[in-house]
Design a protein around this ligand. Structure first.
Ligand code: C2E
Ligand code: MG
Ligand code: MG
Ligand code: MG
Length: 285
């Protein structure tokens, strides 16, 4: 797996790879100081309406500017943060940054503000007994309306029920929206859509990549669109890189998309100029 992930050398290691284990320990140690040293920051990637491309919301994506390693991808350091438990304080900081930014946009841009702020939560965070209280107090402190916050979780995190599922139900009871991220790639079961409160399906890039191919290649994106419509869920197509994909996704029934074709993850101050239309809640279904 480490090979597939290319540059993310810290992600997986066996007992024989002591050097990697040592490096992992060092990354973990450095990561524990990253917050205090102001090395973490949050970018925001627009989630846009199809076909207009208007900004409906943003997804918060964390970055680590390491003093010597340079910019470190979350694909590399989030797994380390999960294993060490550092994701709990780091995740709380990301959530607070994103909610504060969302409330600031709402104040400064009014109806033009990105309507929804999406924040990723890892499985480890959902198992933390204090997570719901953290979300509730963050919303209260920042003044962000709970219905404007979307928590992105993976199917794998809630598969099997237990405390993670209880957490998601409690978040939903606060009014927060729940999105299933990378939908279709996890330990998914459609039964999850009955037991877990879900508002949004985020269709994984691997399926979006297929929509300009054969009927077989686009079949999963087609099916997910149909499931979303039948269950009255929003569907967001992730990783849209070309106009041809965007056109085809619209034909398949998608009304929301995210990807480099529209915008990359951007610093907060580069979002406002993109918000030129009222970002009313999506009511297409
Ligand atoms: P994700 O939540 O599925 O986020 C979408 C990822 O796809 C982001 O990568 C984004 O930059 C990338 N992306 C968006 N559009 C395109 C596109 O058109 N083409 C390609 N090739 N990629 C695109 P990023 O920011 O590197 O994050 C990777 C993953 O790391 C995220 O996947 C998420 O699982 C995790 N992550 C990022 N930020 C956070 C965070 O704040 N908290 C937690 N727990 N996990 C995070
Ligand atoms: Mg996500
Ligand atoms: Mg995703
Ligand atoms: Mg993904």
């Amino acid at each position: 797996a480490a090979k597939e992930l290319g540059k993310s050398r810290w992600v997986e290691y066996g007992p024989e790879l002591d050097a990697h284990a040592v490096e992992h320990a060092q990354v973990a140690a450095e990561l524990s100081q990253a917050l205090d040293r102001d090395e973490l920051f949050v970018l925001y990637q627009p989630i846009v309406g199809l076909p207009d491309g208007e900004v409906r919301g943003v997804e918060a994506l964390v970055r680590w500017r390491h003093p010597t390693r340079g910019l470190v991808s979350p694909v590399t350091f989030i797994p380390v943060a999960e294993r060490t438990g550092l994701i709990v304080p780091i995740g709380a900081w990301i959530l607070r940054s994103a909610c504060a930014q969302g409330a600031r946009w709402a104040r400064e841009l009014g109806p033009l503000a990105p309507w929804k702020i999406s924040v990723n939560a890892s499985a480890r965070q959902l198992l933390e007994p204090s997570f719901v209280a953290t979300v509730a107090s963050t919303l209260a402190d920042t003044g962000l309306d709970p219905t404007r916050l979307t928590i992105e979780i993976t199917e794998t995190a809630v598969f099997g029920g237990g405390r993670a599922l209880d957490t998601v139900r409690a978040l939903h009871a606060l009014g927060v929206k729940i999105a299933l991220d990378d939908f279709g790639t996890g330990h998914s079961s459609l039964g999850l859509l009955r037991t877990c409160p879900v508002d949004v399906l985020k269709v994984d890039k691997s399926f979006v990549d297929g929509v300009t191919g054969t009927v077989e290649q686009e079949a999963i994106a087609t099916s997910i669109s149909e499931i979303a419509q039948a269950l009255r869920l929003e569907a967001v197509a992730e990783g849209v890189e070309t106009a041809a994909q965007a056109d085809r996704l619209l034909e398949l029934g998608y009304h929301l998309a995210q990807g480099f074709h529209f915008a990359r993850p951007l610093p907060a101050d580069e979002i406002a100029p993109l918000c030129t239309h009222p970002a009313v809640p999506n009511l297409t279904h």
